[in-house]
Design a protein around this ligand. Sequence first.
Ligand code: IFM
Length: 425
Amino acid sequence: MFLWGTATASYQIEGAVTEDGRGPSVWDTFSHTPGRVRDGHTGDVACDHYHRYPEDVALMAGLGVNAYRFSIAWPRVMPTGAGPVNQAGLDFYDRLVDALCERGIAPVPTLFHWDLPQALEDEGGWLSRGTSRRFADYAAVVAERLADRVRMWITLNEPFVHMVEGYGLGIHAPGRALMFDALPVAHHQMLGHGLATQALRAAGVEQVLITNNCTPVWPASDSPEDLAAAETYDILHNRLFNDPVLTGAYPDLSAFGVEIPVRPGDLETIAQPLDGLGINYYNPTRIGSPRDGLPFRFEEISGVPTTAFGWPVVPDGLRELLDSLKARYGDALPPVYITENGCSYDGLDDQERIAYLDGHIRAMRQADVDLRGYFVWSLLDNFEWAEGYHQRFGLVHVDFETQRRTPKASYHWLRKFLEAQSTDT
Ligand code: IFM
């Protein structure tokens, strides 16, 4: 059955950050540090989904989706990232999974969507190899509780974005600005993915995926310098995270001048067979020749509409991306799930979002890949990281003063669209 779903993440919607034994995450620390998040917004309350999940599940049922991708907050389950398990935290996901199953909506949890327990960050976070092992231990705990009802699991969300924004540029938690010295974070996340996959399999899990944020990389021109820079950026953004998982090898990272700490056996652990590759697509990236000490420079994509975030809207980029994955990995490419696609726009009559979703769904259907699912980012307006509540990605509007949910025009459009689909598109 083709999965049609919506996607969210724990810190972006749950709130209740000190309730029922949850420990602090790097995002609690970061958002409470003045100057880090626009207007000092935090995820303390967010969409209050921790308490309002029945209403949110009802909204999904009304929409007609058959799957829901959410993430599990590691610090709810293990408040210090390791050691004692907080059963009350697990109970929340237990209730959520039951509520979804009752409505015929397949739960698709992601184990890590950036809210690392602060205690683990204090020991080096993803710069430390120990975090990979801790991640597998945590995966085993969650699977033990939920695997009887959850068929499909996602290990990591967007390890590229977490490495670059969290550890390279410091614009996301944990706020480290190490530039390319952040590259070990890629390897430790990949190793964590491999170890967690083994733990999930040992717990009897049927389907395991990883979700990568991918972008088609467009060279600014045909000049050899621009072409080489585009290739370098493609390695950093796409291949660094897809190659080891799908081919068991890292691409050539010499352009970044940093060694990654690979030990014997790591690549075999990382390249566990997968049941699908999750792809988050938002826009292509145009890259030109090196500048300012970087081996590439970003160039604006002009002549196309942009979202409220200023991101270029290029639906065909999704087809291009999927076809390029097939061309690169061939039979090693497992079934593909679009685990996120969406846009930020204001207003309830969000015709731009309707056009965005319609265009991207049409484009993905033109790709020559084994496509098995599509999840809209996002069900609700939510905490958009360093932008706080300023970027609204939801099919459902949230009034953050009252927590009132109001379905937007795009919600009603998607409901009709889904009604018209046969179950196995
Ligand atoms: O909100 C994020 C999400 O957490 C990860 N993917 C991109 C979304 C929009 O920026």
